[in-house]
Design a protein around this ligand. Sequence first.
Ligand SMILES: Cc1ncc(COP(=O)(O)O)c(C=O)c1O
Length: 361
Amino acid sequence: MNDAIRPQPGILDIALYEGGAAHVAGLTDAIKLSSNENPFGPSDRAREAFSRAVHFLHRYPNTDHRGLRTAIGEVHGLDPDRIICGAGSDEIIHFLCQAYAGPGDEVLFTEHGFLMYRISAMAAGATPVAVRERERTTDVDALLAGTTERTKLVFVANPNNPTGTMIGLSELERLANGLPPQAILVIDGAYAEYVEDYDGGADLATRLPNVVMTRTFSKIYGLGGLRIGWGYGPRAIIDVLNRIRGPFNLSTAQLETAEAAVRDRDHIDRCRTENARMRAWLAEALAEKGVPSDTSTANFILARFADEAEAAACDAALRAEGLIVRQVKGYGLPHCLRITVGDEPSCRRVAHVIGQFKARL
Ligand SMILES: Cc1ncc(COP(=O)(O)O)c(C=O)c1O
């Protein structure tokens, strides 16, 4: 080993991100409820667009993503010139940290916030700062109190993963308006489409000079495997992010599929309705069996158990029945399991197995 070859300071302190498990040894028909994926997958129109893209595999994709940005702009009523597309919203988060935070700077996020905020902050050499929540919910006063003259970015996922809770737009606006002048508020709307009558922070990012919104095609659009996300914000910030974006960061298949997906509103409406129906059913079924959860606004439920041992035992019981959910120890919630809202048979199986588990205690 050559000791002279060293990564940038802080890189070796990054804990590797672990994705949700996808398999149970010895089972071929396990149900994956560990990554907040849409059980119905993408719309037929998106699938067709992906198939058509096979004819263009030898061609470089376009670099400006105009078609996709125009489609997103039309659907959401946004200026396409203020949109940037990336390989998942992860990439947009990464661009933001790379462009705006460095050694000596602080990147804030909430206590049980999405793990990539910490990872991207550390990758940029910045200091990650976790700020306490109130009852597993973003606390604007605590975030405001946590800012300093070194704060460059404040990430709030709304709804938040893995808690499933969210705060109102007026609270987000209060946060944006209370930040020190050099800080950007990033409203992460990965689960925004699951919330009825919620724009994900689009209006705030239109009006305020220090707000960026990120969105993804990985959740309700059912395209997690394809890696497409986008960001929207003040033109000056989007311009900065485009300077560090690789010109070919999205393939033609990604661009064409996402464009077809965003235009198919019926599919999104159906998925939102079905998710809300099964989420309510699952939360109530688990509560009846003695497993509480906060009211979720996303496509998963954070089920709470007596302690870490009980959560781990329940996870094992679910796995034994081919049901893969997520332990969230890494998020500071060792006594919880995050369960993606699957289709109706999956939800019924989860509730049944957890019921049996609780009855054995
Ligand atoms: C809150 C939140 N933000 C962002 C992402 C990243 O999504 P993607 O990179 O697939 O767009 C996720 C994925 O789980 C998430 O939960």
